[in-house]
Ligand binder design. Structure first.
Ligand SMILES: Nc1nc2c(ncn2[C@@H]2O[C@H](COP(=O)(O)OP(=O)(O)O)[C@@H](O)[C@H]2O)c(=O)[nH]1
Ligand SMILES: [Mg+2]
Length: 278
């Protein structure tokens, strides 16, 4: 690959903790490019669903076919300790030529990492054929990742309780491809049947016996062809929304509780609403 990985690592490090002002400095005058770069696939599901294991198994097959792959793992961060609650449980064999990067998620926003659009853009610029993103699929984060990638794989564990939970959290609707993991375990087929009543395509996988892995890769390819025809322009909107909300948060964090700016801001909002309603 042409981009030096150490250089890429430095760039990603710098972006991971960058403030809005720093991000904009790095970008310069150029807005982030919209869809059209390397294909991006998001893998989302509850902790322990088997996301990392599945990514590791699929990555091996992709690499064997000569694909140059990057994996970005967004790790939930404990609000109390600031440390990772899951740790860097990346399950990609060390001998495999895959670029793997783990970044902490942030409590402050939608549970994804603060500068996800820029981290992905940095990877876009580094000659990868595909970029995969692992996120814990709970609520907001699932919707956020939907807006940054081309294809979303939603993982569901065997056991109907989990299906119901996933439905409640609204996660199923964001998936392009749905996977029941740990297909070597009892109950997987039943969960797949339940899911198939709700969504179009369900694939049962197992990283233990390898079932479904080729089917899943084929499903990703099919969705990619479809996606090419209808690029998702929501990416730019997501980026702008994130920058604005983060900037507002940064400004608020800098204020003392008694700062008069807060009162002035409040009155501005109230006045604006009143004039809108009159
Ligand atoms: N039986 C079985 N266990 C699996 C499978 N895939 C993952 N696991 C196990 O499930 C646990 C969580 O896997 P992991 O990939 O870390 O899940 P993640 O939290 O969603 O990334 C680990 O103990 C894995 O060994 C599978 O296909 N079959
Ligand atoms: Mg994981």
């Amino acid at each position: 690959m042409t981009v030096n990985r150490r250089e890429l690592g430095r760039r990603l490090n710098r972006l991971t903790d960058a403030s809005v002002a720093e991000v904009l400095t790095v970008r310069g005058d150029e807005p982030l490019a919209g869809p059209g770069g390397p294909r991006r696939v998001g893998f989302t599901g509850p902790p322990g669903a088997g996301k990392s294991s599945l990514i590791g198994a699929l990555a091996r097959r992709r690499v064997e076919h000569g694909v140059n792959l990057a994996v970005l793992c967004i790790d939930p961060t404990s609000p109390l300790t600031g440390g990772s609650i899951l740790g860097d449980r990346i399950r990609i064999d060390a001998d495999l030529d895959v670029y793997v990067r783990s970044v902490p998620s942030r409590q402050a926003n939608d549970g994804l990492t603060d500068n996800l659009p820029d981290l992905l853009a940095a990877l876009d610029g580094a000659d990868f054929d595909e970029i995969w993103v692992e996120t814990v699929g709970v609520g907001q984060a699932a919707y956020g990742v939907r807006r940054c990638v081309d294809t979303v794989v939603v993982l569901v564990l065997p056991g109907s309780g989990d299906t119901v939970q996933a439905m409640k959290a609204g996660i199923l609707e964001i998936g392009d491809v749905h996977v029941v993991t740990k297909g070597d375990r009892p109950g997987a087929e039943q969960t797949a049947d339940e899911l198939a009543a709700i969504v179009d395509e369900v694939i049962v996988t197992s990283t233990v016996d390898g079932r479904g892995l080729d089917d899943l890769l084929a499903a990703l390819d099919r969705h990619h062809v479809h996606q090419r025809r209808s690029p998702d322009h929501d990416r730019v909107r997501y980026d702008v929304e994130r920058l604005i909300t983060r900037r507002v948060r940064e400004l608020l964090n800098d204020l003392d509780p008694g700062d008069r700016t807060l009162g002035a801001a409040y009155r501005t909002i109230v006045n604006a609403l009143e004039s809108e309603n009159s």
